[in-house]
Design a protein around this ligand. Structure first.
Ligand code: ADP
Ligand code: MG
Length: 586
């Protein structure tokens, strides 16, 4: 086979694989182009999660006929005027987006730069250009995305899930540019010329009002290194990093160094599974950061990562450590009104460790068991244990592999005799095993609600929760939308009462970030583990004969009775002949 240069349409389709992963990436590229063109009003419309139509319209500089023609050829860009890849001041610079998107969709462009006598219309599929009466800026319409590449189409998630990603992209860019107005599907509106504080409330939701702390610091070194923005006070947190907005030189990023620094800064005041909210803008010299890492450009490389990290950790900690009075004075007007209306006296520099643990922390079951043992040892729990089954005397010895109880030693071990064996059972390990098996078989009983529980949420959170409605139903929680901005719960697991608003918000946070949520499962486990704790037999506890016998009979019924769920043995059998040998009887 001879070597050949691939035709353009194939090269573009291959590049599209990197640049255009899903509808949200198209939206990102188009909005970035609008921002680069100096627009201050951008209107975005997305139909069927972006499958059918994505339209982005701006009031930017527009294009001349010549530029319009060039814009869809590969590596054509107006944004690297001095060929300097290390000095990038625009959002895009590869000249890849338009040709890539055009190669996997039906794309058309309306544009007008105001200095030619008319505007222009380009049909990218045919290359047809004709004069039009388009008057200002540019509108790019992307129809039938991936219809030419069915393999990619298959990888798209539900319309709802794709829409959530689109919204996330719009929010990140809206946060990058509070001066620019954005409207998405006529539903989400971020008016232009907001100050940063107003934009933060518009993007993150009303619950952040009055609870964000301002950060503003310069490095003392002579090279530019500056951080500004807002971080949440530690009582305000999410179940995922959805509301962490990070920017490097104005560009939205999801960078490991920055995320790590944020986590480190909050370490003393927030559990690792909780996420602070932030809008943080890091500015440094273009030459000390490489934004050229990936086409999607959400990762960056810092020349001196540890320097950047230390700078961020130090300055966030400074803000978190400031006494409340000072925080009040630095917060901008919109925040200060409500700031600490609920004054958190348990949070200041001197007693940070007393900060309450996040209530959403869902411990694992093993942890709960260990706590139960400790509580028991220190007399923490006084509840009486109810092990009511009485031994069934009609059973013959051979039906009882663990034999008949002889007694208890050390308030820890049960001794029994089974056939020609002495049996020693660790009472706590045995009970752990039994409880674990019970938990595994737990069946959810669903209870319909006469009056549904209604939880008000932002539109995007409603969308996020609805996208896993089927999964939730399997866990006994039956929900549906209730208008645009609320969820109604129609069925719930019987005797399961919890803070439903909190649960649904946590689910929304997780779905928006990861596409799925483990919150329901975790809460279920927590409930079961709590139940198990209250019914748990502890080491150090005196048991009567009936209780011991019940324990033994239960263990016989569990499948893997020889080991507890931590892998420790539950019982030992010592044959009499072995005991005989101790006494030199054989
Ligand atoms: P890049 O943004 O990396 O330059 P693109 O393929 O995204 O590459 O865009 C190619 C060129 O098309 C841009 O450099 C710009 O000159 C022009 N262009 C694209 N979108 C717009 C827009 N909305 N307004 C004005 N010009 C645009
Ligand atoms: Mg671009």
């Amino acid at each position: 086979m001879s070597v050949r240069v691939l035709p353009d349409f194939l090269v573009n389709q291959i590049a599209a694989g990197e640049v255009v992963e899903r509808p949200a990436s198209v939206v990102k590229e188009l909005i970035e182009n609008s921002l680069d063109a100096g627009a201050d009003q951008i209107i975005i419309d997305v139909v069927d999660g972006g499958r059918t139509l994505i339209s982005v319209m701006d009031n930017g500089s527009g294009m001349s006929r010549a530029d319009l023609e060039k814009s869809i050829t590969r590596h054509a860009t107006s944004k690297l005027p001095d060929d300097d890849l290390l000095n990038i001041n625009f959002m895009g610079f590869r000249g890849e987006a338009l040709p890539s998107i055009a190669s996997v969709s039906d794309m058309t462009i309306d544009t007008c730069n105001g200095s030619e006598e008319n505007g222009w219309y380009l049909d990218c599929a045919t290359g047809d250009i004709r004069p039009s009466d388009w008057e200002t800026g540019t509108r790019i319409k992307v129809k039938n995305l991936f219809s030419k590449t069915p393999a990619r189409l298959k990888f798209l998630r539900s319309d709802r899930a794709e829409m959530i990603s689109v919204l996330d992209v719009v929010k990140r860019l809206a946060m990058a540019r509070p001066d620019v107005g954005f409207v998405l599907n006529n539903k989400w509106r971020f008016p232009k010329n907001q100050d940063m504080a107003e934009r933060i409330v518009a993007v993150m939701g009303d619950d952040v009002r009055g609870r964000m702390l301002e950060v503003n610091a310069d490095s003392s070194a002579n090279k530019l290194l500056r951080i500004r923005g807002f971080i949440s006070e530690p009582t305000l947190r999410r179940a995922s990093s959805v509301d962490q907005y990070l920017f490097v030189n104005g560009r939205p990023v999801k960078d490991k160094v920055l995320v790590g620094a944020l986590r480190a800064a909050y370490m003393d005041v927030m559990h690792a599974r909780e996420f602070p909210l932030c809008a943080l803008y890091l500015d440094l010299e273009p030459r000390s950061v490489d934004v050229n890492v990936s086409p999607a450009k959400t990762e960056v490389h810092f020349l001196e990562p540890s320097h950047v990290r230390n700078f961020i950790v130090k300055n966030i900690r400074n803000v978190l450590a400031q006494p409340l009075k000072e925080k009040d004075s630095i917060s901008s007007s919109i925040f200060s009104s409500a700031l600490h209306s609920t004054s958190k006296s348990n949070f200041d520099a001197s007693n940070r460790m007393q900060f309450p643990l996040p209530n959403r922390f869902a411990p694992d079951i093993a942890f709960m068991f260990k706590t139960a043992i400790k509580d028991g040892a220190s007399g923490g729990q006084t509840e009486k244990i109810d092990l009511t089954v009485v031994c069934e005397d009609n059973k013959s010895e051979t039906d009882l592999p663990l034999g008949r109880v002889i007694g208890q030693v050390g308030n820890k071990y049960i001794l029994a005799q089974s056939g020609e064996n002495l049996v020693i059972v660790d009472q706590h390990a045995a009970h752990e095993r039994i409880t674990y098996e019970k938990l595994r078989k737990y069946e959810i009983k669903v209870q319909p609600l006469l009056t549904p529980i209604v939880v008000n949420m932002r539109i995007e959170d409603v969308e996020a929760v609805l996208s896993i409605a089927d999964e939730m139903k399997k866990s006994g929680v039956n929900i549906d939308s209730f208008g645009d901005d609320a969820i109604a719960i129609f069925e719930k697991p019987a005797d399961w009462d919890l803070n439903w608003a909190d649960l649904l918000h946590s689910i929304a946070d997780e779905v928006r970030e990861y596409g799925h949520s483990s919150q329901l499962c975790e809460r279920l486990h927590l409930k079961l583990a709590n139940y198990a704790c209250h019914h748990s037999v502890r080491a150090g506890q005196k048991l009567d004969f009936n209780q011991m016998d019940t324990l033994l009979r239960d263990i016989e019924k569990t499948m893997r009775g020889a080991e507890c769920n931590h892998g420790r043995p539950v019982y030992k059998m010592i044959p009499f002949i072995e005991i005989d040998s101790w006494f030199e009887r054989v």
